[in-house]
Design a protein around this ligand. Structure first.
Ligand SMILES: Cc1cc2nc3c(=O)[nH]c(=O)nc-3n(C[C@H](O)[C@H](O)[C@H](O)COP(=O)(O)OP(=O)(O)OC[C@H]3O[C@@H](n4cnc5c(N)ncnc54)[C@H](O)[C@@H]3O)c2cc1C
Length: 461
């Protein structure tokens, strides 16, 4: 057998993880990236979502360490914060503020600059991987039976080129054109599912309040589909360099404005004034960033009949999520692990791409189901309808939420599911059902469980 060459389209998070996987199973890997990749933790045009809060869910962090051992410590060294959940998180649910129980889950909090750069540095240290930067993928080569390479165009010289590949993995993100590229070589239409709650993110970065640079909780305010004014949520994440990233999010018709006055007014309308107080007190260090390409979108490459050999889609190119759930990066890691396991089991054979795509889809399915079942509860969500099962799930979810205020077991199970660390079925364990069905407290605490130090920092008497 000759030299086996893998080509990865897109040098974002999923692209880098995929390159590291392919390098273990093939002889050489080329990553094609439209941007010039910065030589440090810097924002870049091809990754506009990078300006917004990104929580790396606990299940994804554990999976990342399996894929790239030691990577999580490297991220922490680069400034990422380990946030214990809920010990280091103030969570306002629809039933009140959650207690800050100890020893449950955790997630990583850092800017995408730091996450992407650290992972890129680690992956590209492998000499079998090279990157063609400032290069657009413009199409695929091959026919309906097999993808044999990619068509490229340099952003700088406009020169076009074709690169042969034994395996092509699309990791060009949410805006991927792969369905069209496949159609152009004769592959049937890829079916797409779109569930769109119309989320808009507006994010601004602040300097942490004096004395809280290394130690202040994240703050999460959940949107309530049953409130009289649904549509408002918020997330404050402490990140590297003593900064706080604050995202306000709205749903269709209730979008946070991107000017200072409007941003603050939107925060004042949240169900608790803590974030409005923080906006008043903390020094801003960035301008405002807005983002609205946020639908849940899944492309069913796993259902293509016949599926072309030599092509797999991964990361957001395969399935992207409403960012409110913070699951996209984790699904990229799960997908890369699924690809790794398939290649490990059978190497590169004619059926490998088809089986790998199915494995990627299987790793994604429960996360998709969770996002859909949450978003369908909101008026204005398009692309799906409430089923009887959704109604039962919603009613049970409400009971769980109310009972969670007084039940450590329920909070532990909910957070394990939310952090993608354990299966959703744990919410149906007999112990959890029993506690959910008990008469819950009328309401939870209306004030956040702040420590004395945190109260002092916020000048709350
Ligand atoms: C506002 C927002 C907030 C989010 N918050 C979270 C969160 O809290 N937690 C979480 O886990 N996830 C979150 N996500 C999701 C997360 O950002 C994505 O899941 C993740 O970035 C997917 O990585 P990717 O590599 O698949 O795609 P991307 O990061 O989009 O990378 C795609 C790459 O492909 C390149 N590219 C695109 N087209 C071409 C082309 N034709 N030729 C060459 N190169 C190309 C791009 O330049 C880019 O480098 C959020 C998303 C958004 C939008």
């Amino acid at each position: 057998m000759g030299m086996r060459h893998g080509v990865v389209l897109g040098g974002g998070l999923a692209g880098m993880l995929t390159a590291s996987v392919l390098a273990r199973h093939l002889d050489a890997v080329t990553v094609i990236e439209r941007d010039r990749l910065p030589a440090g933790p810097l924002d870049r045009a091809g990754s506009p979502q990078g300006r917004h809060t990104h929580a790396f869910a606990g299940g994804g962090v554990a999976a990342l360490d399996r894929l790239l051992p030691g990577m999580v410590d490297e991220l922490v060294k680069a400034g990422a914060r380990r946030i214990r959940n809920p010990e280091d998180v103030l969570i306002l649910t629809t039933a009140g503020w959650l207690p800050r129980y100890q020893d449950m889950e955790s997630f990583l909090s850092a800017s995408r600059r730091v996450i992407d750069w650290s992972i890129r540095e680690r992956v590209l240290a492998d000499v079998r991987i090279s990157v063609r930067q400032a290069t657009d993928v413009t199409g695929l080569a091959g026919d309906a039976g097999r993808v044999t390479g990619v068509r490229l165009r340099s952003r700088e010289t406009r020169a076009t080129d074709e690169l042969a590949a034994d395996l092509v993995v699309d990791a060009t993100g949410r805006g991927s054109h792969a369905p069209r590229w496949l159609r152009e070589i004769g592959v049937p239409e890829v079916r797409e599912e779109l569930v769109d709650p119309g989320i808009v993110y507006v994010t601004k970065v602040f300097r942490a309040l004096p004395g809280t640079e290394d130690d202040f909780p994240a703050i999460m305010i959940a949107d309530d589909p049953r409130s009289e004014r649904p549509g408002r949520g918020a997330l404050l994440l402490p990140v590297e360099d003593g900064q706080w990233m604050l995202t306000l999010s709205g749903r269709r018709g209730v979008t946070p404005p991107s000017d200072d006055e409007g941003f603050h007014a939107f925060a004042r309308e949240l169900p608790h004034p803590i974030l409005s107080k923080i906006i008043e007190m903390a020094e801003p260090v960035s301008r405002m960033f807005r983002y609205d390409l946020t639908s849940n979108r899944r492309r069913r490459y796993d259902r293509l009949r016949p599926a072309p050999e030599g092509f797999v889609a991964i990361g957001d190119a395969h399935c992207s999520f409403n960012p409110v759930y913070g699951h996209g990066m984790t699904v990229s890691v799960f997908g890369a692990l699924a690809l790794h396991e398939t290649l490990g089991r059978q190497g590169l054979q004619p059926s490998t791409a088809r089986l790998a795509q199915k494995a990627v889809a299987r790793a994604t399915d429960p996360v998709w189901a969770m996002a859909r079942s949450q978003d369908v509860r909101f008026r204005g969500t398009t692309g799906t309808r409430m089923t009887m099962l959704d109604r039962v799930q919603e009613a049970y979810g409400r009971r769980l939420q109310r009972a969670a205020i007084g039940s450590r077991d329920i909070v532990a199970a909910q957070l394990s599911v939310f952090e993608l660390a354990g299966p959703p079925t744990q919410l149906l364990a007999p112990k959890i059902i029993r506690q959910a069905m008990r008469r819950p407290r009328a309401t939870g605490p209306t004030e956040p469980p702040l420590t004395e130090r945190e109260r002092a920092a916020l000048r709350i008497g």
